[in-house]
Structure formats: C-alpha cells, structure tokens
Design a protein around this ligand. Structure first.
Ligand SMILES: Cc1ncc(COP(=O)(O)O)c(C=O)c1O
Length: 392
C-alpha cells in the first residue's frame, strides 16, 4: 500500500533530509502536532479520551509534545507500562492476552487501568490488584464479533481468535469488580467500520455494557487520514454515550497519532544488474521496516514512481542476506549510484519499535525535526555495544 499525503513533502524538505546520517528514522514534530490537534478536536467534540498506543510509536523525545494533547498511553505489557508511567506521565492502560504472575506485579505498579483477556486471567490476578493499595480500574476485553480487516495477520476477530471473551463466556459470571469493557477490531479503518463493529458489540453484550463505568473502543481508527469522516466518528461516539448514560469512552490509536509523521532516510551503497537493475541500500526491509514484508505494503519513495513511470527502474534491495529482503521496484528520473539518498514515507509507525539486528544489520539512528528549527536533531544512534548488550 502506498501511504503518502501532500503535506509529507513539506514536512521533510531536502534541506533537512540531506543533513541526517543514513540510515535513520526522522520524525517531524510538526506532523505529530498536526495529528494530535485533530485527535484533540475529537476529544473536545465528544468527551472521549484518546491514548497513544505505544506499540506503534514509543519515542520519549516526542512524548512532551503528544502529552499536551492526549490523555495517556496504552501499553501491551510491563515494559511499555513502565515507559508510559516514567516517560509519558499521564494515564497508563495496559492490556495483554495473558500476564504471568511476575509480569502482573510490575503491571500493577505502573498501570491505572489493567485489561484482561479472559475471566480466568482476571480471577488469577484480581487479589494481587485488590491488595496492591493502588486504585486500579479493571477492564475485560471482549470480542465484538465483527471486523472487516482483509489481511488475516491483522484481523483480531478471525474465527478462532484468541482476543477477548465471547458472550457465552460471561454466562453466570459475576462481573462485580470489572468497571469497563474493551474491544479492538479495526485496522487502518474509517468511522463507517466503527459503526458496524459498535453495533455488533452492543448487540452481543447489552447486559454487560449496562453494568460498566467506561468503554474502550481500541485502536485502528485512521482518524488523521485526509479522507477520514471525523463528523461520523464524533456522531457515533456521542450517540453511543447518549444511549449508555453518558458513559466515558476511550480510544487508543497508534497509527493515527503519527500517520505520515516520519520518513526513513537510506542511501544506495552499490548498484548491479542481474536481469534487472538493482540498488543495494544501507538498510533492510527485514530488519528496519518489517511491515513492508509482513503486510505487505509498498512505501512511497519521494521522487520515485512505479516501475517504468520514470526512465530508470531499480529493485531496491536490503543489506541483509535474506533473499526476500526487498523494498520493491521503483523508477527514478536519474540513475541511482552509490551515495544517492532515498526518502521512504510514512515510517514513524510500527517501524523502529519493531526493528532488530538480524543478520548483524545495524540499527538506524533516530532523529526528530521541525520546520522552525530547520535542522534535524539526533536523538540516538546505535553501535556495537547495543548489539552486544542484548546477547551477552
Ligand atoms: C489492543 C490494541 N489497541 C490499540 C492498537 C493500536 O492500533 P493502531 O495502531 O492500528 O491504531 C492495537 C494494535 O494492534 C491493539 O492491538
């Protein structure tokens, strides 16, 4: 999938991208702020509270900016909860498909809301929460029974899904102690899909909903995409709240907070020909942009086009030894050569949080930038000691 909007070019001018050492992820504070303002407008219009999903984007350097707008973070386990508590500093809501006893001790320490995936998990851990002395809201993830995610890898509601309880799991269960329900069934989707998921959720869990003090609508809302129907989202939330005694609602998007807010800057190291022209990059799809291979999606390359759109077509290959480590085939106006810089768009989300050093591939640096400062700011670079410290 090609994800770009017109503003991306303005946020990442060459005068900034030419200054970074490659490979690197470069995050635009201007774009993050623009996204946060849209999310804040949803909060103002509906009273819903928006949380940043750390699994998509966990960069403390940008948390002070995001914290101006959003209510907190959603974490996927103890280490994200700790990061949220120590670096973000507002509400921390933690959900995982299961927690070990050792994990729960830390999750309790760092979380304001703890969400369970099963009644058994809740029963296993509820005494530790009750005796912790902390005032923690307990929620239950439910399976809303409806999703429209086309790629199975990202569909939390497939038949046989491990995510969330079904109505039959709640028969004869005393829910006292559970104060909220959570569902997550969207992936890069619009408010129209939310309407249908919400309808299924309400039909499946009417009694449970009536006993709750809050509902969490999960993530996957592509709220900051240019064609997103904000009015429909606000109407849907407001009508839901009105139907349920003005119940508080949370949203926990990841992508929407940093959509089109980052680029990946990489350089060509060598070129070769083997039936097709090939450019070998100083980076890797496998280790630096795994969703390119997993989803798969095709990042937009600034100045590049589809094969044969421009005179010079190249296969962009990664620096690892994995045969399939290929970003894709792109064409350019000028031939690529060692040292040519390429800027791949929409690389803030699910990128550096997923990278790894497989094959001894080195980790890209992290930079932020803003148009006002006009120059990139190096947040972190990595070296041998980072690689070694994870294995010895
Ligand atoms: C439980 C939960 N909440 C929130 C999110 C964030 O989703 P997105 O980044 O698509 O908005 C995810 C993503 O997988 C999730 O599993």
């Amino acid at each position: 999938m090609n994800r770009i909007d017109k503003k991306t070019l303005a946020d990442f001018p060459e005068s900034i991208t030419d200054q970074v050492a490659t490979p690197c992820y470069l995050i635009s504070e201007d774009a993050v702020r623009r996204n946060c303002r849209i999310l804040a407008s949803v909060q103002e219009r509906t009273g819903a509270k928006v949380l940043l999903a750390l699994k998509a984007f966990a960069l403390p350097a940008v948390f002070p900016l995001i914290r101006e707008y959003l209510h907190g973070v959603c974490a996927s386990g103890p280490i994200e909860a700790q990061l949220g508590r120590e670096e973000f500093g507002r509400e921390v809501h933690t959900y995982a498909p299961a927690y070990t006893t050792a994990q729960m001790e830390r999750v309790i320490r760092f979380s304001d809301h703890i969400l369970f995936n099963s009644i058994h998990q809740w029963h296993t851990h509820r005494d530790s929460i009750a005796t912790s002395g902390r005032n923690i809201e307990i929620g239950l993830r439910v399976n809303p029974g409806h999703a429209e995610v086309e790629i199975d890898l990202y569909n939390p509601c497939l038949p046989g899904s491990r995510f969330g309880v079904s109505p039959e799991d709640l028969a004869d269960v005393d829910l006292s102690g559970i104060s909220g329900l959570h569902f997550h069934a969207l992936c890069e989707q619009g408010a129209d899909v939310l309407v249908r998921v919400l309808n299924s959720f309400e039909n499946r869990f009417p009694e449970a909903i009536s006993k709750m003090r809050w509902i969490n609508f999960g993530g996957g809302h592509h709220i900051t995409r240019e064609d997103y129907d904000l009015d429909l989202l606000c109407k849907t939330i407001n009508e839901f709240r009105a139907r349920h005694n003005n119940i508080p609602v949370y949203l926990e998007p990841g992508e929407a907070v940093v959509l089109n807010a980052g680029v990946f800057v990489t350089s060509v190291v060598d070129t070769m020909h083997n039936g097709v022209d090939i450019a070998i990059l100083d980076s890797s799809a496998e280790t630096h942009m795994p969703d390119v291979l997993a989803m798969p999606y095709r990042p937009h390359v600034i100045g590049g086009g589809a094969p044969d759109d421009h005179p010079h077509t190249y296969r962009l290959g990664g620096i690892s030894c994995l045969a399939g480590d290929i970003v894709g085939d792109y064409s350019f106006n000028e031939p690529l050569k060692a040292g040519t810089r390429l800027v791949l768009t929409d690389m803030a989300l699910y990128s550096f949080v997923k990278n790894n050093t497989f094959n001894g591939v080195e980790l890209p640096s992290l930079y932020t930038c803003s148009l006002a400062s006009g120059s990139p700011k190096l947040i972190r670079s990595f070296d041998y000691s980072d690689y070694r410290s994870r294995i010895a």
